[in-house]
Design a protein around this ligand. Structure first.
Ligand SMILES: Cc1ncc(C[n+]2csc(CCOP(=O)(O)OP(=O)(O)O)c2C)c(N)n1
Ligand SMILES: [Mg+2]
Length: 448
């Protein structure tokens, strides 16, 4: 039964309806005489044993990695049909991967030339981001980490939006208040990136719980999920564990997508954890989990599509979290502030670039289908490069937001304190005009 509306947004929730399933009511648990399994409240399906043995992680086989095509772009399982997507869709994915990859090269260089304060590339991880976003609907809510430009690109974020954010100009959705690569958009829903690692994970669990309550209120509205992206390094934060447990116990429709790219800045996975990657943790929290080959865009897409369906199973009041661990390799430096050759061998990187890469893999697939060739590749790359550079130039020349916006639009209404601070800034700028070049800010000091 849908919850009863109490007036202006307040909702009376029937908590039992929202409870997780299968249900384990504490009062119904008791140890039956002669039973061969434990019936303690905390473990209801555990068999008694007289063999004293510790479970050794090393004795448990590693969770397998789902793949559809191999590194030559060939379908691995010939008994199944090709992925259920049109040529047009796959070509769009490919162009989106290329766009992000070319933008990365240009922006990395621009930072080196001092035209941009900071940048992070996602080389090697375009398959994870584009492939997973392709399985989402526009109403689904995304919480990302920072290396997910492909998710934004696949969901319609324009080059003008990327560039306006990177140059903090007046067209930036965030009004120039964030470091570069902290993108955000209202629709399709993508929360603004936050640098503080893992904070997005409990936020995503909470947002998914809110979506679930919304679905209970309005069962006729199309259901949506939350997709939450993070790296294997961020999964060492306490927030990750709190979020997974919260999502599991409240049955929240959230898909956790871990990009396991082998490094957290200079920390390799060997030093990050001792278990079987991040996937094994999902199982520990009672969450349906899959590990996929992140360089195989079809595997990522299919896993995400299936995950979305599972996450929404049971209709309003149902739902559950899913964990996808997408394996890949961070091909570039962590960011423009990092030189990764200080902690990893150049040959290791070269090897990955040459041996296995999501873009090259999909290109091989497309060529095998007869829908791509050398000429189309060259023309598309040239075209994308030209368009990106055009947007780059326009965004770089564009004015910065009015100084006034540093004070307005923070709270719904300006507080007395922010008004005083704004006047103080104006006084300083007018007292020392030769110290500040305000030409690049819309309206100069007059905006204050
Ligand atoms: C709470 C917090 N601790 C530390 C950092 C510094 N930091 C930024 S990125 C990063 C590594 C994250 O690695 P991972 O989650 O694997 O993502 P990747 O960079 O590999 O995509 C660290 C330690 C931070 N931003 N926030
Ligand atoms: Mg990482």
């Amino acid at each position: 039964m849908p919850p009863k509306l109490l007036g202006r947004g307040a909702v009376q929730i029937r908590w039992r309806k929202v409870a997780t399933s299968p249900r384990r009511w504490g009062s119904s648990i008791s140890q039956r005489p002669g039973s061969d399994s434990v019936r303690f409240p905390g473990a209801v399906n555990s068999k008694f044993t007289t063999q004293m043995s510790f479970v050794k992680p090393a004795d448990i086989p590693a969770i397998p990695t789902y793949r559809v095509m191999d590194s030559d772009g060939v379908l691995v399982d010939t008994d199944r049909g090709p992925p259920d997507v049109t040529d047009a869709e796959v070509l769009t994915w490919y162009k989106n991967m290329l766009t992000v990859s070319i933008m990365d090269v240009i922006m990395f260089e621009a930072q080196r030339q001092g035209r941009l304060s900071f940048y992070m590339v996602s080389a090697g991880e375009e398959g994870v981001t584009v492939g997973s976003a392709a399985a989402l609907s526009p109403d689904d809510v995304v919480f990302a980490q920072y290396r997910e430009a492909g998710v934004f690109q696949q969901r319609g974020f324009t080059l003008q939006e990327f560039m306006s954010q990177l140059f903090s100009n007046k067209n930036d959705n965030g009004r120039g208040r964030n470091m570069p690569v902290h993108y955000g958009r209202k629709y399709p829903k993508m929360h603004t990136i936050s640098s503080t690692l893992a904070t997005q994970i409990p936020q995503a669990a909470g947002a998914a719980y809110a979506l679930k309550l919304k679905a209970l209120q309005n069962p006729n509205h199309p259901a949506s999920v939350v997709a939450c992206y993070f790296g294997e390094g961020a999964a060492s934060e306490g927030d990750f564990h709190a979020a997974l447990n919260m999502a599991a116990t409240r049955s929240c429709p959230v898909i956790f997508v871990c990009r396991n790219n082998g490094y957290a800045i200079s920390t390799p996975t060997l030093e990050q954890y001792r278990g079987d990657g991040i996937a094994s943790r999902g199982i520990g929290y009672g969450i349906d989990t899959i590990r996929v080959d992140g360089n195989d865009i079809f595997a990522v897409y299919e896993a995400m599509q299936a995950a979305r369906k599972l996450a929404l199973e049971g209709g309003p009041g149902g739902g559950r979290p899913i964990l996808i661990e997408a394996m890949s390799y961070r091909v570039s430096h962590h960011s423009t502030s990092d030189d990764s050759f200080a902690y990893r061998a150049r040959v290791e990187v070269e090897d990955w670039k040459r041996r296995d890469n999501p873009i090259i893999r999909l290109r091989k697939w497309l060529e095998r289908q007869g829908i791509w060739d050398e000429d189309r590749e060259r023309e598309t790359r040239e075209d994308l490069r030209r368009t990106i550079l055009k947007e780059f130039g326009a965004a770089e020349r564009e004015k910065k937001p009015a100084l006034r916006e540093a004070f307005t639009d923070v709270y719904e209404e300006m507080t007395d304190e922010t008004r005083e601070q704004m006047q103080e800034l104006k006084r300083i700028l007018q007292t020392y005009p030769e110290e500040y070049d305000l030409r690049q800010y819309e309206g100069g000091a007059d905006s204050l």
